[in-house]
Design a protein around this ligand. Structure first.
Ligand code: GDP
Ligand code: MG
Length: 438
């Protein structure tokens, strides 16, 4: 019993003193968060080792905030792991740069090729697309359609089966026309597709790309390392793009892709639209990995937007509690900032409420919710434990002139967002180690 008590006392003291045990405990929390974010077990182990090596508790001078130092060590180490120490192959203005995209089927190559083209075209590059996917039916049509939307010239064939031939023709054509950025989309392939891997090698041999980009699906977990390695062994991958980071995926597989290809991440894909491509920012990515992205991104965006925010709300979110009044304040800020406000997509769960492309409908729905909440009592707004039974809902519906169905709709949204917030509240790393303050 004595041991137990002293253990508990030590834990209490943890708030100010960090000893070996507290360090381990903290590393356990962080490791768990990273494993949940799909970071490879071996990488998590490596991180623990190097943080332990770097943080020498004995040597830390008295008076230094040790906890902060450990947090910083974890944060820096993760940023470090995202940095393979090589730069992406540079694109040279005024020269014909050929960039080839490779990766598994469905990972977002074609979508990303066109976004990448669109991004550079807007920056003044003379850009064109070549569809060297002759394998999947409809591949050329898909590229053609979105390239047309992006107003990027393209080349491909509906009938030619020889991908190498199409690639050569397209690249030659655009080189002749003095294009500066010629992007070659290839077909998706799996490790076991020997023939397609050979075709990929031949393509690279033929068009001699200045840069090969490996496209990975951000929702993929432990399988990424092997896949990325398989590509790296056959062609000279120089950089990585991680797609589908607009959803709930934390993208931990990206660390594996960096480690397997020894190449840096250059962009992330955050949606299906043309402009949903963002230059990679390691620090916010690490925050996302640790489960902090939502909140700290949210805080920053709110600060940037200069919107006055109920100061209690962030604290309550960290505690894992959301009241209807918090939601009310949140809805009002969202309307004030405009439907496209970045804040929208950073507040946990908000992006689903006003989805991109459906801003008008989403905004109307939020306005409806606000009018319903105007008919609620203080008790209903402030006490998350209130039960909304039928008679309550009918009263609110009458008071606001809305259907009971709409009241139910609001309450089910509230329930959904509450769940998200309580998940954030359960994230110990967020509670104990406030990485966002580093
Ligand atoms: P490919 O087989 O590698 O060429 O993959 P595609 O470009 O055809 O993309 C496969 C699917 O993923 C399509 O439905 C795309 O719209 C979708 N997709 C690609 N990138 C993203 C992204 O960043 N976010 C989301 N949500 N979907 C994406
Ligand atoms: Mg494709």
């Amino acid at each position: 019993l004595g041991k137990k008590i002293s253990g508990a006392l030590r834990k209490l003291a943890n708030r100010t003193v960090v000893d070996e045990e507290a360090l381990n405990e903290m590393l356990n929390e962080v490791s768990r968060a990273l494993l949940e974010a799909d970071v490879n077990v071996k990488l998590v182990q490596a991180l623990r080792q190097s943080v332990k090596r770097k943080v020498n508790l004995e040597e830390l001078a008295a008076g230094v905030n040790r906890r902060k130092l450990i947090q910083k060590a974890v944060f820096d180490e993760l940023c470090n792991m995202l940095n393979p120490g090589t730069s992406p192959p540079p694109l040279k203005k005024g020269k014909p740069n050929v960039v080839m995209f490779v990766g598994l089927q469905g990972n977002g190559k074609t979508t990303t090729c066109v976004k990448y083209a669109y991004y550079h075209q807007r920056k003044g590059w003379k850009t064109a697309l070549v569809c060297a996917d002759t394998f999947r039916a409809g591949a050329f049509d898909q590229l053609k359609q979105s390239a047309t939307k992006a107003r990027v010239p393209f080349y491909g064939s509906h009938t030619e089966a020889d991908a190498v031939k199409v690639a050569r023709e397209g690249v030659d054509l655009f080189k002749k026309e003095k294009y500066e950025l010629i992007i070659v989309d290839t077909s998706g392939r799996h490790k076991q597709d020997t023939a397609l891997f050979e075709e990929m090698e031949q393509l690279a041999e033929e068009v001699q790309p200045n840069s090969i980009i490996f496209v990975m699906d951000g929702t993929m977990g432990q399988s990424v390392y092997d896949q990325a390695l398989a590509f790296r062994q056959r062609v000279n991958v120089g950089s990585v793009i991680v797609t589908k980071l607009d959803g709930h995926a934390k993208g931990g597989g990206a660390l594996s892709a960096v480690s397997a290809t020894k190449s840096p991440i250059v962009f992330i894909g955050t949606g299906e639209m043309l402009d949903d491509l963002e230059p990679f920012a390691p620090q916010s990515f690490v925050q996302r990995l640790l489960g902090l992205g939502d909140i700290s991104g949210f805080v920053n965006a709110v600060k940037e937007a200069g919107v006055d925010q109920n100061p209690d709300i962030l604290k309550r979110i960290q505690e894992g509690v959301l009241t209807l009044r918090d939601l009310y304040d949140q809805f009002q800020s969202v309307l004030k900032m405009g439907p496209m406000g970045k804040v929208l997509s950073m507040f946990p769960g908000m992006q689903d409420l006003i989805p991109k492309g459906k801003e008008r409908e989403g905004t109307l729905r939020v306005k409806k919710f606000l009018s319903i909440m105007n008919s609620m009592t203080d008790e209903e707004l402030d006490n998350p434990k209130v039960q909304f039974n039928q008679s309550r809902m009918i009263r609110i519906s009458r008071g606001s002139g809305r259907d009971v169905k709409d009241v139910e709709d609001l309450l089910s949204e509230y329930k959904r967002l509450s769940k998200l917030v309580s998940r954030v509240g359960k994230n110990k790393a967020l509670k104990t180690g406030d990485f966002s303050q580093l």
